[in-house]
Design a protein around this ligand. Sequence first.
Ligand code: NDP
Length: 336
Amino acid sequence: GKVLVTGANGYIAVWVVKTLLEHGFSVRGTVRAASKAAHLRELFKSYGDKFEVVVVEDITKDGAFDEAVKDVDAIEHTASPFHFKAVEPDELIVPAVHGTTSILKSAQKYGTSVKRVVITSSCAAVLTPSTEPRVFSEADWNEASIQEVKEKGRDAAGPAKYRASKTLAERAAWEFYDKNKGSLSWDLVVLNPPFVFGPTIHEVDVPENLNQSARDWYLNVVKGELDNDSLANIGSSYVDVRDLALAHTLALQKPDAAGERIIISAGPWKWQDFVSVAHRLDSRIPAGNTSYDPSKAVHLVQYSPEKERRLLGIKFRSLEETTKDTLEDFKARGWL
Ligand code: NDP
């Protein structure tokens, strides 16, 4: 079958495309500008006409995806802004929400061969920031960030603006699906990953221009930008980008995933967990907080693994493997 992948040049999406191709799917990727297609065509040239790229300039416009959804069997919608620099919340919320509703409307009208739509949401749409340890599940929704953005507007914290955009986008997807599912040829699956780390294969010139999560990892692990207290206490949960890409493939293949939102998490971490492994593998990397004791770490944000195990059953890469392969990638790029 053929799969449409939106935002195909992004950190996660390039791995999604690669994994789909490796599993025998054909892929049509969308990018915002023709200049973003060359790297992808080069990377996937061995797949011949099983890989194609189309330009969708403005994903927020109604009808933007009308052509792109024709003759595909499934859609993976990953395009959405992820950064903490927005001044107005709408810089994130408009493309996140309208990008989502726009592709769903196009799929409704013209996606006559589409059987499934998978949306890359986020644990940003699940978690509520808290000072007490908590295990979140698919039943949880991040109302707090929506509320913060409503109350504070442009003065809301950067992460709250991003998290609100993801929560509102996912909610819009479920509302559309619940309202229209009786007349659609496809069902909906939503994937909710926490922080995504691991090697990069997308086009990046300098590390400062990496996507948000890989840049954080580069600065905090390789460059040692955090103080000891932050290294031992700041963390969340994560998944390796290659495992998340596999989740996007399995989400198309597993009938039981229909109508489900699924958290895709390998487990919790503190920055020092990555730093300790990285320093052991490469002594040029600063040792960080040498008095950190992982057995005493308090993980505030954890996720229930149950639904993922039941529906997808991925064997997640370890933090060691993710760290090792990310360092290899950065070395190959000349950044280390
Ligand atoms: P990237 O920044 O690498 O990729 C984002 C993709 O979305 C790019 O293709 C980008 O296009 C496109 N995009 C961004 N803004 C717009 C816009 N306004 N209009 C059209 N396209 C746009 O990020 P990731 O790969 O990390 O993120 C991919 C998805 O995964 C997002 O939905 C993100 O929310 C989600 N996610 C990411 C996590 C992470 O830790 N990385 C964690 C959880 C979820 P362009 O290159 O042209 O800007």
